[in-house]
Ligand binder design. Structure first.
Ligand SMILES: NC(=O)c1ccc[n+]([C@@H]2O[C@H](COP(=O)([O-])OP(=O)(O)OC[C@H]3O[C@@H](n4cnc5c(N)ncnc54)[C@H](OP(=O)(O)O)[C@@H]3O)[C@@H](O)[C@H]2O)c1
Length: 311
């Protein structure tokens, strides 16, 4: 049975929520719980994040996942934990997840941990549809790090009484999260016929999906998260340029791309896949507010200043 947003959001079935990595998605998730009088604690590293938590009326914990000593004494018994912190920027493992799990008090474990991973763990699938049964095939270090974090979490669940849910999230966009700077700087994109298939999710829909995963996500399960609307990467940049009233970025072939684009961008361009979101829609009872990029962009003021140059 499909539930309305009101049903999902009005009864989140939780006494308290702990958000590890209180950034953009953390804030959005926190506000959904706070609206329903569920107490929220957030954890982040920086002074600016600490201030954001204070502003949001969230209990603030300052700790560094790279420093296990700073994680001692966390009080997580029975809570619903959202783990939103990224792995470190280098390597093929996630020592932050390792530190977090090692810091948990085994006598006072959280009830459930929801982890935001990435659809990047599927690697290049030559433009084919990808379900949760598709074996992961990471191609970039950043995806190996995510898969490592997933495995650590699943291993922890196998040994301890704690539920886990993994969300494999595709490219996040939303207010303040458009590649405006890149388009203003006329950084080239691949010719459309060469451009890989990609998927997106609006940040507000993602926040709602996280709450739904807290309520309905089945223990040990993985859910793909996307609006289910595949497009190619070039079309994505073109649509955003149009929305912002900016000229379309120039297009290049692979040879030029390899000499002009960043390594990071090239690694995204080398992976093509379409994310099947049916399990998320049915099991998590989701009706997307923004089922495609156009509907999502319609609600974003063109003057939004980007804080994340998402590709
Ligand atoms: N961008 C995408 O398209 C995409 C796609 C799939 C998944 N994701 C992932 O989705 C998750 C949520 O995204 P988001 O936009 O909310 O990220 P975000 O705004 O960058 O927030 C990340 C949070 O993690 C905290 N953090 C990072 N390193 C930490 C450390 N060593 N110790 C403690 N806290 C640390 C940051 O705190 P400080 O700022 O205080 O350090 C920040 O509060 C991230 O893991 C992101 O990588 C993103």
């Amino acid at each position: 049975m499909l539930e309305t947003d009101k049903q999902i959001l009005s009864n989140p079935v939780q006494n308290s929520v702990f958000i590890v990595g209180y950034g953009d998605i953390g804030r959005r998730v926190a506000s959904l719980y706070r609206n329903n009088k569920v107490p929220v604690t957030g954890l982040a590293r920086s002074e600016s994040s600490f201030q954001l938590m204070k502003d949001d009326d969230v209990t603030a914990v300052t700790a560094d996942l790279d420093d296990i000593d700073s994680l001692s004494g966390l009080s997580l018994a029975g809570t619903l934990v959202f783990y939103f912190a990224p792995p470190p920027p280098t390597g093929t493992t996630d020592p932050r997840m390792k530190n977090f799990l090692a810091s948990l008090d085994m006598e006072k474990l959280p009830r459930k941990i929801i982890y935001i991973s990435t659809s990047g763990v599927y690697g290049d699938q030559a433009g084919q549809w990808v379900t949760e049964n598709t074996p992961p095939k990471p191609g970039a270090d950043r995806s190996f790090r995510r898969l490592d974090a997933e495995k650590q979490l699943q291993g922890f669940r196998n040994k301890h009484v704690v539920e886990t849910v993994i969300l494999r999230v595709s490219g996040i966009y939303g207010p303040g999260r458009l590649p405006e700077k890149r388009i203003r700087n006329a950084i080239p994109v691949l010719k459309e016929e060469l451009s890989p298939k990609t998927n997106r999710i609006h940040a507000d829909d993602l926040a709602k999906i996280c709450v739904a995963a807290g309520k309905y996500g089945r223990d040990g399960e993985i859910y793909n998260v996307s609006d289910g609307c595949d497009s190619n990467m070039t079309e994505y940049f073109f649509q955003i340029a149009k929305h912002l009233g900016l000229p379309k970025p120039p297009t290049v072939d692979w040879e030029e791309a390899e000499s002009t684009l960043s390594k990071g961008m090239l690694s995204y361009l080398r992976e093509s896949r379409r994310i099947d979101n049916r399990k998320m829609l049915t099991e998590l009872h989701i009706t997307l507010k923004y089922p495609d990029l156009l509907s999502g962009l319609a609600g974003i003021m063109p003057s939004s200043i980007p804080n994340k140059d998402n590709t």
